[in-house]
Design a protein around this ligand. Structure first.
Ligand SMILES: Cc1ncc(COP(=O)(O)O)c(C=O)c1O
Length: 427
């Protein structure tokens, strides 16, 4: 009997715990650039990109070739046992691309959460302080420290505590929802007054654009104010670029747009075009503070993923994907802007490079986020062959993370499907 999405879903549900989410009841058979085909032979436009992992698309030929070539020479030694050059080259190239006029070092791990964990370890070792300030609405992963830093309870933290101590949450600037930059900065001062003195804070961690949280951006002026505050108190500033990094926002790192440099940067997701790897890049003086043997893990910086990540860097240069990110963002926001004119529920269309989102409210009322409509639109889009993801603290945001290599004609096709999906979801 041939597999169907339904038969595989039944096996999945019987075998896997229900805590493991799945946005769409689909099983993939094959994929190419921005398209994928399910086990029943149906074609989809993939505008989720494996949650921001496929900036270079599914199966980019250069990346596939680099991984195949690596597989023919060696594929695991554990870098801490017998080292290999691609790991070092990747760190060198990532350091060269990170902002900040100071000496840097970098090391590799496996996942975004692991990069975040390690950035906190480095910050604590370097400052000999314990506390960390993160932001409401932020997402930093599903490990215990990742959850502790994450600023959204359901579904990420509920029932999983207690979490590591000494984590405090400030407010992330979000003018659409009534939080100004001044409010956000005041909330940090409030933490210093009511929870922990600044002399005990090792780091402040933020996403330059909140991913899970709803694609809200920290402006350059906010980042500059944070930088000044960190400098005043000897606190390290960490940019979590797991979702924004690798070109999504039109610069290699989103923090390049700040005009000030963070001390530490975390990357993962699109940096290796679909192969699991992550990086911590930062100020050499801080990075050298951890004791020998204190950093690393068995698979960290896996040779196949290093080969893929080096190919991604080449592909970005050869195909000018940073320019393409801006063009994709502009084309999408123009089309979504037209859609917003026809649907009062869409109150905001925002694009940070190709990190594009629309936010929905009942009757266009900013006090009534419309998660139901958001779900219905995503479901209608799937019926019409478009894979979308929602996000946001209120679940009322559709986010687009399409490969930057997507042809224009497929962007237009997706916009047409979105239009039909809104009509169907509201009709
Ligand atoms: C900003 C940010 N940090 C950390 C993570 C965790 O990454 P991973 O799922 O690879 O552990 C994510 C994942 O979505 C993320 O968006």
């Amino acid at each position: 009997m041939t597999d169907t999405n339904a038969s595989l879903m039944a096996r999945r549900c019987a075998a896997l715990p229900s805590g493991l989410g799945q946005a769409h009841e689909l099983f993939v058979a094959r994929a190419e650039n921005a398209e994928l085909w399910d086990v029943e032979g149906r074609r989809y436009l993939d505008f989720a990109g494996g949650i921001a992992v496929l900036n270079t698309g599914h199966r980019h030929p250069k990346i596939v070739a680099a991984v195949k070539a690596q597989l023919d020479s060696y594929h695991h030694t554990c870098f801490q046992v017998v080292a290999y050059e691609p790991y070092v080259e990747l760190c060198e190239r990532l350091m060269a691309k990170a902002p900040g006029d100071f000496a840097k070092k970098a090391f590799l791990v496996n996942t975004g959460a692991e990069a975040v964990e390690n950035a906190v370890k480095v910050a604590r070792a370097a400052t000999r302080r314990q506390a960390v300030i993160a932001f409401g609405g932020g997402f930093h992963g599903r490990t215990l420290m990742g959850m502790a830093l994450t600023g959204k309870v359901a579904p990420y933290k509920a029932g999983f505590g207690p979490f590591p101590a000494e984590i405090y949450h400030a407010r992330y600037p979000n003018p659409l929802h009534g939080v100004s930059e001044a409010d956000a900065l005041a909330s940090i001062e409030h933490i210093f007054k009511s929870d922990v003195e600044p002399e005990r804070v090792a780091a402040i961690i933020l996403e330059p654009v909140q991913g899970e949280g709803g694609f809200y951006a920290a402006s350059p002026s906010f980042a500059q104010a944070l930088r000044a505050l960190c400098d005043r108190h000897g606190i390290l500033l960490i940019a979590d670029e797991v979702q924004t990094g690798a070109g999504r926002t039109g610069t290699w790192l989103a923090c390049e747009q700040w005009g000030v440099a963070p001390d530490l940067v975390t990357m993962a997701k699109s940096m290796a075009g679909g192969f699991p790897i992550a990086a911590v890049i930062g100020r050499a003086s801080a990075m050298d503070a951890a004791p020998a043997g204190g950093l690393g893990s068995t698979y960290a910086g896996h040779p196949l993923a290093c080969a893929a990540a080096l190919a991604v860097l080449d592909v970005f240069d050869e195909q000018k994907l940073l320019d393409r990110a801006k063009a994709v963002g502009e084309r999408l926001s123009a089309g979504l802007g037209e859609l917003a004119k026809r649907h009062a529920a869409i109150k905001d269309v925002r694009a940070h490079g190709a990190m594009v989102a629309i936010e929905m409210f009942k009757n266009g009322d900013l006090h009534q986020p419309d998660a139901d409509l958001t779900k219905r639109v995503c479901a209608e889009a799937l019926k019409r062959g478009l894979i979308l993801l929602s996000c946001g603290v209120y679940g009322n945001v559709i986010r687009i993370l399409v490969p930057l290599t997507v042809p224009d004609q497929q962007i237009d096709e997706a916009l047409a499907i979105l239009g039909q999906s809104f009509d169907a979801a509201q009709g």
